[in-house]
Design a protein around this ligand. Structure first.
Ligand SMILES: [Zn+2]
Ligand SMILES: [Zn+2]
Length: 161
């Protein structure tokens, strides 16, 4: 049975056969701005398992300036209601904002990411693993960041990680 999702106004409707994960809650300041929330939960999906049922023409793409290296950060949203949306031309694997799902995607959040960017007012108090950029690069690419690595945030602030 497929798993459906949609935006706030219902223009954009999609379905997936399955989700593969990960299911990460991103606290980076760009995802916070895109969602207006403390963190943006995103579910990993394979493009072959995904179909847009309606509303592809309502997707607007905003490309944020590159902070450090490409690819640029993209925000996709419904031009009618502003809900964050999946990319209009997804790669082999991509992420869907979890709040769009109308049905249970069947998996649960597995970690918080960009934990070093959690603002002071946010309280992360569950038992999920908390990954900073260094942990993320290690788990995704199997690489170690150099000792003195700098993370450039949205407003150009540099944070040592
Ligand atoms: Zn909408
Ligand atoms: Zn993010």
């Amino acid at each position: 049975m497929s798993i459906r999702g949609s935006c706030l106004c219902g223009s954009f409707v999609f379905e997936v056969d399955r989700v593969v994960g990960p299911f990460e809650i991103c606290h980076c300041n760009r995802c916070r701005k895109k969602s207006g929330a403390a963190g943006l939960p995103m579910v990993g999906v394979m493009a072959r398992d995904y179909r847009v049922l309606s509303g592809l023409d309502t997707v607007v793409t905003y490309e944020a300036p590159v902070l450090k290296m490409p690819p640029p950060y993209h925000s996709y949203f419904c031009k009618r209601c502003g809900s964050p949306l999946p990319p209009p031309n997804p790669g082999k694997w991509f992420e869907i904002p979890a709040g769009l799902f109308d049905d249970d995607p069947g998996i649960r959040p597995d970690k918080h990411i960009f934990i070093e960017l959690v603002p002071d007012w946010d309280v992360v108090n569950d038992d999920l693993p908390r990954f900073n950029l260094r942990d993320l690069v290690r788990s995704r690419r199997g690489e170690e960041l150099p000792e003195e690595h700098e993370l450039v945030t949205h407003h150009g602030t540099r944070i040592k990680v």
